[in-house]
Design a protein around this ligand. Structure first.
Ligand SMILES: [Zn+2]
Length: 99
């Protein structure tokens, strides 16, 4: 799953398939420290409510960048540099970034 394949509605454009992530089980990176390997996507918000610049390339976030929330983590796909950023629900620090 690449960041640029996830649109502002939280739909993952997986080639021939369009997969709405809301309600799906999302695999979490180990760094999140969640009990389960995956957690359900509970809701989505605008990432700009939390953060103004991309933590990777420092460009201002595109206004429609989304933050995807599960019980233990948040995932933010940034299109500027095609990265997926993970945060823990506690502390809001960046745990890992995936290209
Ligand atoms: Zn970026």
């Amino acid at each position: 799953m690449r960041a640029r394949d996830i649109d502002s509605n939280g739909v993952w454009n997986a080639g021939r398939y369009q997969v709405p992530l809301l309600g799906c089980d999302l695999p979490l990176p180990e760094e999140v420290g969640a009990e389960d390997e995956s957690e359900r996507v509970l809701f989505m918000t605008w990432a700009a409510d939390f953060i103004s610049d991309c933590p990777n390339c420092d460009l201002p976030l595109l206004g429609w960048t989304i933050m995807i929330h599960t019980k233990s983590a948040q995932m933010m796909p940034t299109h500027c540099c095609d990265r997926i950023h993970w945060y823990s629900t506690e502390g809001n620090e960046i745990l890992s970034e995936y290209e």
